[in-house]
Ligand binder design. Structure first.
Ligand code: NCD
Ligand code: ZN
Length: 345
Protein backbone atom coordinates (compact mmCIF):
# COMPACT_ATOMS: atom_id res chain seq x y z
CA UNK A 1 0.00 0.00 0.00
CA UNK A 2 1.51 3.36 -1.05
CA UNK A 3 -1.25 5.74 -0.16
CA UNK A 4 -3.60 5.89 2.79
CA UNK A 5 -6.65 8.14 2.98
CA UNK A 6 -8.38 8.52 6.33
CA UNK A 7 -11.22 10.53 7.76
CA UNK A 8 -9.39 13.46 9.36
CA UNK A 9 -8.16 12.29 12.78
CA UNK A 10 -8.49 13.96 16.20
CA UNK A 11 -6.02 13.96 19.07
CA UNK A 12 -7.76 13.07 22.34
CA UNK A 13 -4.83 14.03 24.61
CA UNK A 14 -2.57 16.95 23.75
CA UNK A 15 -0.35 19.44 25.57
CA UNK A 16 0.20 22.66 23.63
CA UNK A 17 1.48 24.84 26.52
CA UNK A 18 1.20 28.63 26.12
CA UNK A 19 3.37 31.57 25.00
CA UNK A 20 6.20 30.87 22.57
CA UNK A 21 6.02 27.07 22.72
CA UNK A 22 2.31 27.19 21.84
CA UNK A 23 3.11 29.33 18.79
CA UNK A 24 5.56 26.69 17.52
CA UNK A 25 3.63 23.50 18.23
CA UNK A 26 0.02 24.35 17.46
CA UNK A 27 0.55 24.45 13.68
CA UNK A 28 1.93 20.91 13.80
CA UNK A 29 -1.25 19.55 15.37
CA UNK A 30 -3.50 21.72 13.20
CA UNK A 31 -2.04 20.47 9.90
CA UNK A 32 -3.24 16.93 10.56
CA UNK A 33 -5.90 16.90 13.30
CA UNK A 34 -9.34 18.45 13.18
CA UNK A 35 -9.71 18.70 16.97
CA UNK A 36 -7.72 17.98 20.09
CA UNK A 37 -8.47 17.62 23.78
CA UNK A 38 -6.20 20.25 25.32
CA UNK A 39 -4.60 19.37 28.64
CA UNK A 40 -5.03 21.93 31.43
CA UNK A 41 -1.67 21.46 33.23
CA UNK A 42 -0.36 24.95 32.61
CA UNK A 43 1.38 26.80 35.38
CA UNK A 44 -0.92 28.08 36.88
CA UNK A 45 -3.36 25.35 35.89
CA UNK A 46 -6.66 25.81 34.05
CA UNK A 47 -9.04 25.31 36.96
CA UNK A 48 -12.08 27.43 36.12
CA UNK A 49 -14.35 27.87 33.12
CA UNK A 50 -13.03 31.40 32.83
CA UNK A 51 -9.41 30.14 32.68
CA UNK A 52 -10.43 27.71 29.94
CA UNK A 53 -12.11 30.47 27.93
CA UNK A 54 -8.94 32.60 28.14
CA UNK A 55 -6.70 29.69 27.20
CA UNK A 56 -8.99 28.82 24.28
CA UNK A 57 -8.63 32.39 23.00
CA UNK A 58 -4.85 32.23 23.28
CA UNK A 59 -4.79 28.98 21.28
CA UNK A 60 -7.04 30.38 18.55
CA UNK A 61 -4.75 33.42 18.22
CA UNK A 62 -1.70 31.17 17.84
CA UNK A 63 -3.26 29.11 15.02
CA UNK A 64 -2.18 29.59 11.37
CA UNK A 65 -4.49 32.03 9.56
CA UNK A 66 -6.62 29.59 7.55
CA UNK A 67 -6.83 26.81 10.13
CA UNK A 68 -10.09 25.08 11.06
CA UNK A 69 -8.55 23.33 14.06
CA UNK A 70 -10.82 23.18 17.11
CA UNK A 71 -9.29 23.06 20.59
CA UNK A 72 -11.52 21.09 22.98
CA UNK A 73 -10.86 22.48 26.43
CA UNK A 74 -10.58 20.68 29.77
CA UNK A 75 -10.45 21.71 33.42
CA UNK A 76 -7.83 20.59 35.91
CA UNK A 77 -9.50 18.81 38.81
CA UNK A 78 -8.63 20.18 42.25
CA UNK A 79 -10.42 19.48 45.53
CA UNK A 80 -11.65 23.10 45.37
CA UNK A 81 -13.61 22.58 42.15
CA UNK A 82 -17.21 23.45 43.02
CA UNK A 83 -20.30 21.63 41.84
CA UNK A 84 -21.48 24.89 40.24
CA UNK A 85 -18.26 25.13 38.23
CA UNK A 86 -18.71 21.53 37.04
CA UNK A 87 -22.24 22.35 35.91
CA UNK A 88 -21.02 25.53 34.21
CA UNK A 89 -18.33 23.50 32.43
CA UNK A 90 -20.88 20.95 31.25
CA UNK A 91 -23.04 23.74 29.83
CA UNK A 92 -20.12 25.40 28.06
CA UNK A 93 -19.61 24.43 24.41
CA UNK A 94 -15.85 24.80 24.84
CA UNK A 95 -15.26 22.35 27.70
CA UNK A 96 -15.38 18.62 27.08
CA UNK A 97 -13.82 16.94 30.10
CA UNK A 98 -12.14 17.30 33.48
CA UNK A 99 -8.64 15.96 34.05
CA UNK A 100 -7.57 14.21 37.22
CA UNK A 101 -3.88 14.25 38.08
CA UNK A 102 -2.86 12.52 41.29
CA UNK A 103 -0.76 15.16 43.10
CA UNK A 104 2.89 14.91 42.08
CA UNK A 105 2.32 12.32 39.34
CA UNK A 106 3.77 14.33 36.45
CA UNK A 107 4.62 17.75 34.96
CA UNK A 108 2.72 20.57 36.74
CA UNK A 109 0.64 18.27 38.90
CA UNK A 110 1.39 19.87 42.26
CA UNK A 111 -2.17 21.13 42.57
CA UNK A 112 -3.52 17.67 41.74
CA UNK A 113 -5.52 15.44 44.05
CA UNK A 114 -3.93 13.59 46.99
CA UNK A 115 -7.06 12.02 48.50
CA UNK A 116 -9.31 10.56 45.81
CA UNK A 117 -12.23 10.11 48.22
CA UNK A 118 -12.23 13.89 48.73
CA UNK A 119 -13.27 14.40 45.09
CA UNK A 120 -16.08 11.82 45.06
CA UNK A 121 -18.77 14.55 45.40
CA UNK A 122 -17.27 16.23 42.32
CA UNK A 123 -17.29 12.93 40.41
CA UNK A 124 -20.93 12.46 41.38
CA UNK A 125 -21.82 15.79 39.80
CA UNK A 126 -19.78 14.96 36.70
CA UNK A 127 -21.66 11.68 36.41
CA UNK A 128 -24.98 13.53 36.68
CA UNK A 129 -24.10 16.11 34.03
CA UNK A 130 -22.33 13.51 31.84
CA UNK A 131 -18.97 15.30 31.70
CA UNK A 132 -16.11 12.83 31.05
CA UNK A 133 -13.31 12.28 33.57
CA UNK A 134 -9.80 11.91 32.14
CA UNK A 135 -7.42 10.11 34.46
CA UNK A 136 -3.64 10.14 34.70
CA UNK A 137 -3.61 6.65 36.17
CA UNK A 138 -0.55 6.41 38.38
CA UNK A 139 -0.06 6.24 42.13
CA UNK A 140 2.49 8.66 43.46
CA UNK A 141 3.82 7.05 46.64
CA UNK A 142 7.59 7.37 46.62
CA UNK A 143 7.87 3.75 47.79
CA UNK A 144 6.11 2.46 44.67
CA UNK A 145 8.48 1.51 41.85
CA UNK A 146 8.00 3.83 38.89
CA UNK A 147 7.36 0.87 36.55
CA UNK A 148 4.52 -0.37 38.82
CA UNK A 149 2.72 2.91 39.38
CA UNK A 150 0.05 2.45 36.72
CA UNK A 151 -0.67 -1.17 37.64
CA UNK A 152 -1.07 -0.27 41.32
CA UNK A 153 -3.36 2.66 40.46
CA UNK A 154 -5.54 0.40 38.32
CA UNK A 155 -5.88 -2.20 41.07
CA UNK A 156 -6.54 0.26 43.85
CA UNK A 157 -8.03 3.60 42.84
CA UNK A 158 -9.40 3.01 39.35
CA UNK A 159 -11.40 -0.02 40.38
CA UNK A 160 -13.02 2.00 43.12
CA UNK A 161 -13.87 5.00 40.93
CA UNK A 162 -15.45 2.82 38.26
CA UNK A 163 -17.49 0.88 40.84
CA UNK A 164 -18.74 3.99 42.59
CA UNK A 165 -19.61 5.92 39.43
CA UNK A 166 -20.90 3.37 36.93
CA UNK A 167 -22.38 6.01 34.63
CA UNK A 168 -19.40 8.34 34.59
CA UNK A 169 -17.58 8.35 31.24
CA UNK A 170 -13.91 7.77 31.98
CA UNK A 171 -10.83 7.84 29.75
CA UNK A 172 -7.85 6.07 31.25
CA UNK A 173 -5.27 8.29 29.60
CA UNK A 174 -2.11 7.06 27.89
CA UNK A 175 -2.35 3.43 29.01
CA UNK A 176 1.06 1.75 29.18
CA UNK A 177 0.50 -1.70 30.67
CA UNK A 178 -1.32 -4.95 29.93
CA UNK A 179 -3.05 -4.54 33.30
CA UNK A 180 -4.59 -1.22 32.24
CA UNK A 181 -5.63 -2.65 28.86
CA UNK A 182 -7.27 -5.64 30.54
CA UNK A 183 -9.05 -3.38 33.01
CA UNK A 184 -10.50 -1.25 30.20
CA UNK A 185 -11.52 -4.34 28.23
CA UNK A 186 -13.38 -5.77 31.24
CA UNK A 187 -15.09 -2.49 32.16
CA UNK A 188 -18.39 -1.19 30.79
CA UNK A 189 -18.56 0.85 27.60
CA UNK A 190 -18.36 4.01 29.75
CA UNK A 191 -14.64 3.31 30.17
CA UNK A 192 -12.16 3.87 27.34
CA UNK A 193 -8.42 4.51 26.95
CA UNK A 194 -6.11 6.65 24.86
CA UNK A 195 -2.76 5.34 23.59
CA UNK A 196 0.33 7.37 22.62
CA UNK A 197 2.68 6.74 19.69
CA UNK A 198 5.74 6.35 21.93
CA UNK A 199 4.16 3.56 23.99
CA UNK A 200 3.33 1.72 20.75
CA UNK A 201 6.73 2.30 19.15
CA UNK A 202 9.09 1.67 22.05
CA UNK A 203 9.77 -0.47 25.04
CA UNK A 204 11.89 0.72 27.97
CA UNK A 205 15.16 -0.15 26.24
CA UNK A 206 14.53 2.94 24.11
CA UNK A 207 15.08 5.06 27.22
CA UNK A 208 17.83 3.15 28.97
CA UNK A 209 19.78 0.72 26.78
CA UNK A 210 23.05 1.86 25.20
CA UNK A 211 22.87 5.30 26.79
CA UNK A 212 20.13 7.34 28.42
CA UNK A 213 17.73 8.96 25.94
CA UNK A 214 15.85 11.78 27.63
CA UNK A 215 13.63 12.51 24.62
CA UNK A 216 12.01 9.09 25.05
CA UNK A 217 11.27 9.76 28.72
CA UNK A 218 7.64 10.47 29.52
CA UNK A 219 5.13 9.59 32.19
CA UNK A 220 3.74 7.05 32.66
CA UNK A 221 7.18 5.69 31.80
CA UNK A 222 7.50 3.35 28.81
CA UNK A 223 7.35 -0.27 29.99
CA UNK A 224 8.61 -3.73 28.92
CA UNK A 225 8.06 -5.25 25.45
CA UNK A 226 5.30 -7.49 26.85
CA UNK A 227 3.25 -4.39 27.66
CA UNK A 228 3.98 -2.77 24.29
CA UNK A 229 2.60 -5.89 22.60
CA UNK A 230 -0.61 -5.63 24.65
CA UNK A 231 -0.97 -1.97 23.65
CA UNK A 232 -0.43 -2.72 19.96
CA UNK A 233 -3.00 -5.48 20.14
CA UNK A 234 -5.55 -3.16 21.77
CA UNK A 235 -4.91 -0.23 19.39
CA UNK A 236 -5.09 -2.36 16.26
CA UNK A 237 -7.99 -4.56 17.39
CA UNK A 238 -10.76 -2.34 16.09
CA UNK A 239 -12.21 -2.19 19.62
CA UNK A 240 -13.77 1.30 20.00
CA UNK A 241 -12.61 1.51 23.63
CA UNK A 242 -9.10 2.39 22.40
CA UNK A 243 -8.36 5.59 20.54
CA UNK A 244 -5.61 8.02 19.60
CA UNK A 245 -4.23 10.42 22.19
CA UNK A 246 -0.68 11.51 21.47
CA UNK A 247 0.16 13.01 24.88
CA UNK A 248 2.53 15.14 22.81
CA UNK A 249 4.17 17.12 25.62
CA UNK A 250 6.78 19.62 24.40
CA UNK A 251 9.59 20.77 26.66
CA UNK A 252 12.56 22.88 25.59
CA UNK A 253 15.56 20.72 24.67
CA UNK A 254 17.53 22.08 27.64
CA UNK A 255 14.80 21.05 30.08
CA UNK A 256 14.96 17.45 28.80
CA UNK A 257 18.76 17.18 28.41
CA UNK A 258 19.29 17.97 32.04
CA UNK A 259 20.43 16.30 35.27
CA UNK A 260 16.74 16.26 36.25
CA UNK A 261 15.03 16.16 32.85
CA UNK A 262 11.32 16.82 32.32
CA UNK A 263 8.89 14.06 31.36
CA UNK A 264 7.18 14.33 27.99
CA UNK A 265 7.77 13.34 24.36
CA UNK A 266 7.16 15.74 21.49
CA UNK A 267 5.28 13.84 18.79
CA UNK A 268 2.77 16.33 17.39
CA UNK A 269 5.01 17.26 14.45
CA UNK A 270 4.21 13.91 12.80
CA UNK A 271 1.76 12.15 15.06
CA UNK A 272 -0.38 10.43 12.46
CA UNK A 273 2.73 9.30 10.55
CA UNK A 274 4.15 7.77 13.75
CA UNK A 275 0.96 5.82 14.36
CA UNK A 276 0.89 4.70 10.69
CA UNK A 277 4.40 3.35 11.18
CA UNK A 278 3.23 1.07 14.02
CA UNK A 279 -0.01 -0.03 12.39
CA UNK A 280 1.91 -0.96 9.23
CA UNK A 281 4.39 -3.03 11.24
CA UNK A 282 1.51 -5.25 12.41
CA UNK A 283 -0.34 -5.24 9.07
CA UNK A 284 -3.22 -3.30 10.54
CA UNK A 285 -3.33 -0.10 8.47
CA UNK A 286 -7.00 -0.88 7.84
CA UNK A 287 -7.59 -0.41 11.58
CA UNK A 288 -5.94 3.01 11.80
CA UNK A 289 -9.00 5.02 10.77
CA UNK A 290 -11.23 3.69 13.54
CA UNK A 291 -8.53 4.28 16.16
CA UNK A 292 -7.51 7.73 14.89
CA UNK A 293 -10.69 9.23 13.45
CA UNK A 294 -13.85 7.53 14.69
CA UNK A 295 -13.79 5.92 18.14
CA UNK A 296 -12.74 9.00 20.09
CA UNK A 297 -15.38 11.22 18.52
CA UNK A 298 -18.06 8.64 19.30
CA UNK A 299 -16.91 8.31 22.92
CA UNK A 300 -16.90 12.09 23.42
CA UNK A 301 -20.34 12.28 21.73
CA UNK A 302 -19.03 14.64 19.05
CA UNK A 303 -19.76 14.41 15.33
CA UNK A 304 -17.29 12.42 13.23
CA UNK A 305 -15.14 14.56 10.94
CA UNK A 306 -16.17 14.81 7.32
CA UNK A 307 -12.90 15.93 5.71
CA UNK A 308 -10.07 13.51 5.00
CA UNK A 309 -6.28 13.41 4.99
CA UNK A 310 -3.90 11.39 2.84
CA UNK A 311 -0.59 9.82 3.80
CA UNK A 312 1.97 8.69 1.22
CA UNK A 313 4.53 5.94 1.62
CA UNK A 314 7.58 8.15 1.37
CA UNK A 315 10.73 8.14 3.44
CA UNK A 316 11.72 11.42 5.10
CA UNK A 317 14.04 12.46 7.87
CA UNK A 318 12.73 13.95 11.09
CA UNK A 319 14.45 17.30 11.84
CA UNK A 320 16.91 17.37 14.73
CA UNK A 321 14.87 20.14 16.34
CA UNK A 322 12.15 22.74 15.94
CA UNK A 323 12.87 26.36 16.80
CA UNK A 324 11.22 28.29 19.62
CA UNK A 325 12.82 31.74 19.29
CA UNK A 326 16.50 31.15 20.15
CA UNK A 327 15.76 27.80 21.82
CA UNK A 328 14.59 24.43 20.45
CA UNK A 329 12.29 21.48 21.02
CA UNK A 330 13.70 18.07 20.13
CA UNK A 331 11.08 15.83 18.55
CA UNK A 332 10.56 12.12 19.12
CA UNK A 333 12.73 10.17 16.63
CA UNK A 334 14.84 13.27 15.85
CA UNK A 335 17.17 12.60 12.91
CA UNK A 336 15.54 9.23 12.14
CA UNK A 337 13.59 8.22 9.05
CA UNK A 338 9.83 7.83 8.91
CA UNK A 339 8.09 5.89 6.15
CA UNK A 340 4.80 7.75 5.87
CA UNK A 341 4.29 11.41 5.03
CA UNK A 342 1.19 13.52 5.34
CA UNK A 343 0.18 15.07 2.03
CA UNK A 344 0.20 18.74 2.64
CA UNK A 345 -1.70 21.64 1.13
C1 NCD B 1 3.14 15.62 30.45
C2 NCD B 1 3.61 17.08 30.42
O1 NCD B 1 4.79 17.32 30.20
O2 NCD B 1 2.75 17.95 30.59
N1 NCD B 1 4.30 14.76 30.52
C3 NCD B 1 4.35 13.46 30.16
O3 NCD B 1 5.39 12.84 30.39
N2 NCD B 1 3.35 12.85 29.58
C4 NCD B 1 2.21 15.41 31.57
C5 NCD B 1 1.46 14.11 31.49
O4 NCD B 1 0.57 13.94 30.67
O5 NCD B 1 1.77 13.22 32.29
ZN1 ZN C 1 -0.38 14.25 29.06
Amino acid sequence: MNKLTLIQPDDWHLHVRNGDILKTVIAHSAKQFSRAIIMPNLNPAVITVENAIDYHKEILLALPANSNFTPLMTLYLTTELSQDEVKKAAESDLIHAIKLYPAGATTNSDSGVSDLKAIYPILETMEQVDLPLLIHGEVTHQDCDIFDREKVFVESSLNDIVKNFPNLRIVVEHVTTKEAVDFVLAASNKVAASITPQHLLFNRNAILAGGIRPHNYCLPIIKREYHRQALIKAASSGNPKFFLGTDSAPHLTGAKENSCGCAGCYSAYAAIELYAEVFEQVNALDKLEGFASIFGADFYKLPRNTKSITLHKQSWTVPESYKVNDKTITPLKAGENLNWKLQCC
